[in-house]
Design a protein around this ligand. Structure first.
Ligand code: NAG
Ligand code: NAG
Ligand code: NAG
Length: 694
């Protein structure tokens, strides 16, 4: 009898214990070389993973293997364009709307044939393998095929954002001496604009068949061939593959830098393969049943990893665009389907800004409906929130099924109704949005932290970890080390958690910046055991279970929610030009889309303005709190910003005016009158959070 009860109780106690504490160790301490620090590895591996597939060391081998294994399965899908229509809105503006049909699929076997043909076609049109190819186009089927084709010829691919400015485009193509550019009709226009400055480009391959006639003229110094012609030429003149080695550079990825011109990050086949392997190991049961909706720019490391990943596991990749994602997206013709409902994907990769948009859209709709359906939604949301906050086990079960059926099914339908996992990266995701996804989509969300320089290697949260604000343990392909940063006041001996600058090591860490040894030496180091480390400049702390939380940034450069970088010092220097500003601190928060400013006002200038306006006030702090004063100072900052050619997102959207000057005695500035950012931030914490309150 006792044994019987014990048999019942022990598992129950274990269940409750796990339930309430969620104490699973996700990251474990690791013994590594290099600079001393606090290092953690993923609990699934004892040393960093380089490849999950036996005898596969390059992406070219991986792709050939998966095409052989999944020969008759569907790989790439693109929607048929039924029509383009112009619709006018009520105020007379015209918008292009697309009527898109069903997905048209191509099998692994057929894609492999296209890849081989395109690879041969490159040779036929005169591209030799030592030269580089640039792909400068929107995410689409041809992008993927061209990429794999270059890999088979050991040709390095230079990736460039389709939205990049002409100066940056010219710089990237010049620096890498690209001879063949693969682009769309739209991108071809930018190319023509800078044709005079491009000495190295000899060939352009246009992925759209209708090449504009002015682009083809010989005066630009290049020949134009359509994508399908290159494929045909290759089919008629096949050549053998010329496979790369693991250490050969697969991609030079130009990232929109925080300052100045973009930098090209050199990634080897081994780097990308390591990250792909790591993600396959973490995300549960990735495989042939998975359908992936591809719509992020391929020139972004997340998307490059994701597409190679889904191809590797035998999944399907369906292409879409951010403007046609859902039934109500801007470019979707009324009454027709968006990409998500047409494809019904199982996995989605998103940046936080997109998830925020989905969340706001749903809440707006619910509020507009009001009444009983809002009450039901609120109740369901609150119940699920309690369950998820409380425990992992509570996250599943009968009640969840009930609420899903009654309330959340409609929300899930927006993304096709089959999402089982969301991978989020690129910037930090707010707790609110994470909970929204957990609750309304019923899907776990994996938050990733990584950089282009580490080939997206970094950390990745486990699917069963429902805590917010953390980015998980190191990926199986990386070590994550914290090192002391005394100037910032962070140390690995801090209690209750070790803190410090985040340094990432392992096979995902890239070779460095192309033709920029100085910058490479600044941020990359190889230790005595031969391991490469990248110094991120981000500051983090490790929780007891081995999960990382990002808490600060070493440099004064902050990435806003939509991915724009704000260089605080640069902007402050410009805004100091305003006569009303005695001193200013710009504050940017990665969870927000705008920055705010604290201004120590110039007493005389403000005084003069007030008396001219006939504004009466008893003391300066009263004047500072008046709405009209804030408005006037803001207008003056905007004027300076325009003079200094600042971007709109760099201008503080809201201000707090402070009447007391910042002097070395107050501790807010150094003896040299440089602002002490961290101290000011702490001192005016309350004011700052008020500026962000809606
Ligand atoms: C691949 O190409 C690079 C650059 O042209 C070259 O250095 C390398 O040796 C090539 N790899 C192989 C296996 O031929
Ligand atoms: C690219 O190279 C050409 C020729 O060498 C030069 O005229 C042009 O200014 C360069 N452009 C950039 C952005 O470096
Ligand atoms: C659940 O957690 C979220 C995020 O940490 C928090 O905002 C919310 O207030 C919590 N709700 C409940 C019911 O505990």
């Amino acid at each position: 009898m006792n044994a019987y009860i014990a048999g019942l109780i022990v598992p129950l106690v274990i269940l409750l214990f796990r339930n309430s504490n969620n104490r699973k160790r996700r990251g474990l301490p690791a013994d590594v070389g290099g600079e001393p620090g606090f290092t953690v590895r993923n609990h699934r591996v004892t040393s960093p993973l380089t490849s999950l597939w036996e005898d596969v060391t390059t992406l070219a081998e991986l792709f050939e293997l998966t095409c052989r294994k999944n020969h008759d399965r569907l790989l790439l899908g693109t929607r048929e364009l039924i029509s383009r229509e112009m619709e006018s809105s009520s105020d007379g503006r015209k918008f292009e709307k697309l009527h898109l049909g069903e997905y048209q699929w191509v099998t692994y076997g057929k894609v492999f044939e296209s890849v081989c043909s395109f690879a041969s076609g490159l040779v036929k049109i005169g591209h030799v393998r030592e030269e580089r190819v640039a792909i400068y186009a929107d995410t689409r089927e041809e992008w993927f095929i061209a990429l794999q084709a270059c890999f088979r010829r050991n040709v390095t691919v230079v990736t460039i954002y389709a939205s990049l400015g002409e100066e940056a485009l010219c710089h990237s193509l010049n620096e890498t001496e690209v001879t063949t550019v693969i682009c769309g009709r739209k991108e071809l226009k930018s190319l023509v604009n800078i044709a005079g400055q491009l000495d190295s480009v000899k060939r352009v391959i246009c992925v759209d068949d209708d090449v504009p006639s002015d682009a083809a003229s010989a005066q630009h110094g290049w020949t134009i061939t359509s994508f399908s012609d290159v494929e045909r030429l290759g089919r008629e003149n096949p050549v053998e593959a010329d496979l790369p080695l693991s250490a050969d550079v697969a991609v030079i990825m130009y990232t929109s830098g925080s300052t100045g011109l973009p930098k090209g990050v050199m990634m080897t086949h081994g780097n990308i393969l390591a990250t792909v392997s790591a993600v396959v190991k973490i995300v549960p049961e990735l495989g042939t049943k998975d359908v992936y909706l591809a719509y992020l720019p391929m020139a972004h490391i997340l998307e490059l990893i994701a597409e190679n990943l889904f191809a590797a596991v035998g999944g399907c990749i369906g292409y879409g665009t951010p403007l046609t994602l859902t039934d109500t997206s801007n470019k979707v013709k009324k009454g027709t389907k968006g990409d998500a409902t047409a494809l019904m994907p199982t996995v989605l990769v998103a940046v936080p800004a997109i998830l925020d948009r989905v969340r706001d859209g749903v809440f707006k709709k619910v509020n507009a409906k009001g009444g009983l359906s809002k009450a039901l939604f609120d109740l369901a949301y609150a119940r699920r929130m309690q369950a998820i906050n409380g425990s992992w086990f509570g996250a599943w079960g009968l009640e969840k099924a009930l609420w899903n059926l009654l309330v959340f099914k409609k929300v899930q339908a927006i993304l096709g109704g089959r999402i089982r996992f969301i991978l989020c990266g690129g910037a930090p995701l707010s707790g609110d949005s994470q909970r929204f996804i957990n609750i309304c989509l019923g899907a776990p969300i994996g938050q990733a932290y990584g950089l282009t320089e580490t080939c997206a290697g970094g950390t990745f949260s486990d699917f069963d970890d429902t805590s917010v604000g953390r980015v998980g343990p190191p990926k199986p392909s990386t070590y994550v080390k914290l090192i002391d940063w005394p100037e910032g006041g962070y140390s690995t001996t801090d209690s209750p958690m070790p803190r410090g600058e985040i340094v990432i090591g392992g096979p995902s860490v890239t070779l460095g910046y192309f033709k920029n040894e100085e910058k490479t030496r600044e941020s990359y180091k190889v230790d005595e055991r031969g391991m490469r480390w990248f110094y991120t400049g981000d500051v983090g702390r490790f929780h007891a279970d081995g999960c990382l939380e990002i808490i600060d940034r070493k440099k004064d450069i902050v990435k806003l929610q939509h991915g724009e970088y704000v260089s605080l010092g640069k902007v402050e220097a410009v805004l100091l030009g305003s006569p009303f500003v005695d001193n200013i601190m710009l504050h940017a928060d990665s969870f927000q889309s705008y920055c705010v400013g604290l201004v120590a006002v110039s007493h005389p200038a403000l005084d003069e303005w007030a008396s001219k306006q006939g504004i009466a006030y008893s003391d300066l702090s009263e004047l500072c709190s008046k709405e009209e004063t804030v408005k006037e100072v803001h207008a003056s900052l905007v004027k300076e910003a325009k003079k200094g050619r600042l971007e709109k997102f760099e201008i503080p959207a809201k201000l707090k005016l402070l009447s007391d000057p910042w002097t070395p005695e107050t501790g807010l500035v150094t003896a040299a009158l440089k602002i002490k950012r961290d101290i000011i931030r702490k001192t005016f914490q309350e004011e700052l959070s008020k500026l962000y309150a809606k």
